[in-house]
Design a protein around this ligand. Structure first.
Ligand code: PLP
Length: 366
């Protein structure tokens, strides 16, 4: 089975982890700091705070910017549940914004959702394709809202030659095993806001500051959301290779684009000239007349050895969300879910694998 995404671990990665395992510090040593510095240099943003997952990073960030009861947050339903779960956990309410055919939040549908209770906009760069960051940033500025980017798919993606991570007030990345590069589990917040970064560091580690000798003080609520030293060592070794991973995924994606461009049966996600995608996913969208056949197509692709997946069921369709906020409907988000299939695209694949996948996809759908 060729999975839709997977990690790539080499001997250098293993060596880096083993070294830490033999050292004095398994947690709270130097590797986390070095990993944060490497991310900061890569993205070009001053402050980086790593966490034990992107979900913890989201929770820490939403809490630290003051999202709470009765606040509203505008976000996309085409994402992993954690994007909204973590502000709903704080008592805030999601306002769902419809998406465009590429799966990204429609920036033209944001303004009409804004009310006096709206506190933030949370975007997601679906599959690694950057959203219209500059337009969303302008809307956020105009209405004095915070702009958060859940870029869990998009480490290394760019818009107008500028890295994702440098547009929003704060950006989240995930280092889960199948994300653009990995620490097993892990995530981070990057931000230019020094005060916010200080709060996030406290939030990550019990809210306790060290003072002289044995003295310390707990000055705010905090948790233990720390990353281990061996995870950070893995991240530090992996981030050196992330550009080669992205290059490989783009080679495969460009090969698919070429093979699929004439297809009448489905469309693919187009990456603009001014954009670079991490290509975390390679989504295809079946033509409307084929959407009813998706289950059949999906099963057949699996049977032929493709580890396909679907991203995502609109979050508001989950029973927890229906119970809490009631039923709702967004036309494009639902069409997207009905038609989407993510096909294998990762750095372990060869172009021969890509040819094998493309042949099967074209044959099965035809
Ligand atoms: C994977 C993912 C998350 C959660 O990341 P974890 O590191 O697994 O907690 C959050 N948001 C999006 C969009 C994701 O894809």
């Amino acid at each position: 089975m060729i999975p839709y995404s997977t990690q790539f671990i080499d001997e250098d990665d293993i060596k880096a982890v083993v070294e830490v395992l033999k050292s004095s510090h398994l947690t709270q040593g130097r590797s986390v700091e070095s990993f944060e510095k490497a991310i900061s240099e890569y993205v070009g943003i001053k402050n980086v705070v790593v966490f034990n997952s992107a979900t913890s990073a989201l929770f820490a960030l939403y809490s630290s910017i003051g999202i709470g009861c009765d606040d509203e947050v505008i976000t996309t339903p085409i994402t992993f549940a954690a994007t909204s779960n973590m502000f709903v956990a704080l008592g805030a309410k999601p306002l769902w914004c419809d998406v465009k055919p590429d799966g990204n939040m429609d920036e033209n549908s944001i303004e009409k959702l804004i009310t006096p209770k709206t506190k933030a906009i949370v975007a997601v760069d679906f599959g690694g394709k950057p959203v219209e960051h500059k337009k969303i940033q302008n809307i956020a500025k105009k209405y004095n809202l915070l702009y958060i980017d859940d870029a869990s798919h998009a480490f290394g993606s760019e818009l107008d030659g500028q890295k994702v991570g440098s547009f929003a007030d704060a950006t989240i990345f995930s280092f889960h095993a199948i994300k653009p590069f990995t620490t097993g589990e892990g995530g981070c917040v990057v931000t230019d806001d020094n005060k916010l970064a200080d709060k996030l560091r406290l939030f990550r580690s019990h809210g306790i500051i060290k003072q002289k000798l044995y003295k310390s003080d707990m000055i705010q609520m905090g948790y233990n959301f720390r990353m281990t030293e061996f995870q950070a060592a893995l991240g530090l070794s992996q981030i050196k290779k992330v550009d080669s991973f992205i290059k490989k995924r783009n080679e495969i994606a460009i090969y698919y684009d070429e093979r699929f461009k004439e297809s009448k049966f489905f469309t693919t996600q187009k990456i603009g000239q001014n954009q670079k995608s991490s290509r975390h996913l390679y989504p295809i969208n079946l033509a409307p007349s084929f959407s009813q056949k998706k289950e059949e197509i999906f099963k057949e692709l699996q049977k032929k050895g493709l580890g396909v997946q679907v991203h995502y069921k609109p979050i508001y369709q989950n029973s927890f969300y229906i119970k809490k906020f009631g039923k709702m409907s967004l036309k494009s988000a639902e069409e997207f879910y009905k038609s989407e299939i993510s096909i294998p695209c990762h750095q372990k694949m060869t172009l021969e694998d890509a040819k094998f996948v493309a042949d099967i996809v074209l044959k099965v759908i035809a």
